[in-house]
Every structure is written in C-alpha cells, then in structure tokens.
Design a protein around this ligand. Structure first.
Ligand code: COI
Length: 362
C-alpha cells in the first residue's frame, strides 16, 4: 500500500492509502445500472470527542461497526446524491452545484441532530477522491460519476438519544440514467411519505425506508413508482421519493412548494431557474390531485415529469389514482426535453454556465 498525506486548510489532513488492485478493467462502461458499481476508493472520516478526526481515502472496502450503533436502531442516517461529469470536450472534470449538496446535508444533519460536516472535509475530500478515481467517470452522453456522501450515528449505545460518534463517508461510481425511460406512478391514497412538521425535507434514510413497502405494492399493481400525496389531507402532490414532481398545465410549469415535507431538490431548483430563464411561467404552490385530474380530462395537462440528481429529468407517461389510469404521450412533451437539454448542456459544459453552477475538479 502506498500512503501519502495531503495537507488541508481547515481539517488536519487527508491520509491516502491507494488500492493494490484496481477494479477499473472489470467495469463495463456499456452497462452501468444505477448504484451497483463503485470505484477503487472511498472517503471516510470519524467524528468523536466533539470534533472531526483525520479524513482518510482508502481502498473501497467493508466497514466494521458495533451492532449497538445508533444507526442500526434509531436510524441517525442522512445522505446526499451528486454527480461529477467529464466536460463534453473531455478537457476537465466538473461538479454541479456541490455546495448546495453540502448546505442540504448540513440542514439534514441539523434536523436529525447530527454534527455538521465542514466544507473543507466535504469539498476537498470529494475533489481528492474524484481525482484519484477519475478513470471511473464515464464519457458517454447520459452517463456520469454518481457521488454518495453519507453520515451515520455510530456510538455503540442503545439508549434513545443523539449519538456522540459519527462516520462521514463518500462512495462513488459510474452510472447511467436512473430510470432511462418514461415511467408510470401510482398516486397512493392510503400510505403517506411525510407530513409538515416531520422530516420529509431532510435527506434522511428513514424517509426512504418508510416508502419501500408501498412502492412494492405499487410495483405489484404495474407501476414503476409512487407519487406521494401530502400527509395531512392526502390530496396535494408531494414528490416521487426518487424525484421532485412537475406538471405542465395550460402551458405553465407547476410544482409543489417546499413546505418542509418535500425534498428541496437541487435539480428541482435548477429546472425552475432554467425554465424561467427560457421564458416559461413556473408556479410553486400546493397542487390538488383533483386539479391534475381535471386538467387531464380537459386536455390542459400536457406533461408530467420528475427531477432529481439520479433521475435528471424523467418523463411520466401514466398515473393511477383510485383505480383509474391517466395517460400522457411523453413523445409529445416539449418543455421537459427542453429544460433537460438546457440542464445537461450546462452540466457537460456544452453551454455557458450563466448561473455559476459549475465547479472544476481538475
Ligand atoms: C438522487 O437523486 O441522487 C437521490 O439521492 C435519489 C435516490 C433515492 C436515488
């Protein structure tokens, strides 16, 4: 193992231990389903005695934890999703709005009573990890390097209280699109994902765990995923769990306002900005499912799509509600492909970064 220490500004250092045997030659860049392939290295940093310890980049490997850790019992676990891209001309590697991910991670940390991750640990750690594993970044259109930072409570204690030990880690891997095609969603009127006053806007593992069973039910009914309604009235569109939701009604883009129960998506925010810049009207407001159905019946609902880091902009061509299916022709969508292209062209540095969203890694 070769080891070197890179001096950092505000965290002590990052110790680097490189792998003896790279997995790169085994990666099939023509077949990269989301979330199954990881690069050679990972970032790991412990928090205890009230402070962050020395961060390490080490070969990707299993970790060993006490079975009494908080994360296994009370679920102090939050994460982020971000992506690195090769510029289209392959002249460098960039990240898309990484500081927004850090900001959201630390908002999630606050809500879940966890310590904030310092900017230097997050940014320098991720940059260094990407630099080391840059050959895992796919160059083909529609592909990128997915980055999964996460933070878990690791104190070995089974009393119900905030952990006093944590582990911050980042794993990365090449990926293609999350869905890769238009999807169908079931509008669940029985189960809910989150409600105001809960922690729906935190990117917390528990928000996803609670959706797995209803999503399985939806899959058995022939839908790909679930469009959640709000927890209080079970009538306002919330999000798709993997994505924020957008509708095109009467030529206007309409998306649920961030009320604390939906994820404050960075792709959501980028699409709103891009759409407004392209001259579209965007309304952020509560959207009653009955309004969606009425708009569908009168032909005013012309598009429906989800946005997310993993999913990018993904068309929805069917939704089911109370035993009835509503179809949309995604091949006739206009706004979704237009805003998607504008977003991807910024991410791949094809178009000018007029909003200042791009950060260079190397
Ligand atoms: C992402 O889009 O990066 C996410 O974290 C959503 C995930 C559940 C696939």
């Amino acid at each position: 193992m070769s080891a070197q220490v890179i001096e950092m500004e505000t965290i002590p250092s990052i110790e680097i231990e490189t792998t003896k045997e790279s997995k790169l030659s085994k990666i099939d860049f023509d077949n990269m389903p989301f979330g199954k392939t990881f690069s050679d290295h990972m970032l790991i940093c412990e928090y205890y005695d009230g402070k962050w310890q020395t961060a390490k980049i080490q070969p990707y490997q299993n970790i060993s934890l006490s079975p009494a850790c908080n994360v296994f019992h009370y679920g102090q676990a939050i994460f982020e999703g971000m992506k690195a891209y090769y510029k289209a001309d392959e002249s460098g590697i960039v990240l898309f709005r990484p500081k927004k991910n850090l900001e959201r991670l630390n908002k999630s940390a606050h809500r879940m009573s966890m310590p904030e991750v310092p900017e230097s640990l997050f940014m320098d750690g991720i940059n260094k990890l990407i630099e080391l594993d840059k050959d895992f970044i796919p160059k083909t259109a529609g592909s990128s390097l997915y980055i999964r930072p996460f933070l878990i409570g690791t104190e070995p204690f089974i009393g119900v209280r905030t952990s006093d030990r944590y582990l911050f880690m980042v794993i990365i891997g090449p990926t293609g699109p999350y869905y890769g095609e238009a999807i169908s969603v079931l509008v669940h009127d029985t189960y809910i994902r989150a409600t105001k006053g809960g922690y729906g806007s935190a990117k917390a593992a528990g928000n996803y765990a609670g959706t797995l069973y209803p999503v399985e039910l939806a899959k058995k009914m022939g839908y790909k995923d679930v469009l959640w309604l709000d927890g209080e009235h079970k009538k306002y569109a919330n999000e798709v769990g993997t994505m924020n939701i957008f509708f095109v009604i009467d030529g206007k883009l309409v998306t649920p306002n961030t009320d604390g129960s939906i994820l404050e998506g960075i792709t959501r925010d980028s699409i709103i900005t891009i759409a407004r810049d392209l001259g579209y009207t965007v309304e952020e407001r509560p959207i009653d499912i009955e309004e969606i159905i009425a708009a569908h019946e009168t032909g005013k609902l012309t598009e429906m799509f989800g946005t997310g880091t993993a999913a990018v902009v993904n068309p929805i061509n069917r939704f089911g509600y109370k035993g009835k299916d509503y179809l949309l022709d995604d091949t006739a969508f206009v706004i979704a492909p237009r805003v998607k292209t504008a977003l991807v062209n910024i991410q791949k540095c094809i178009d000018q970064d007029k909003f200042g969203w791009i950060t260079t890694v190397i």
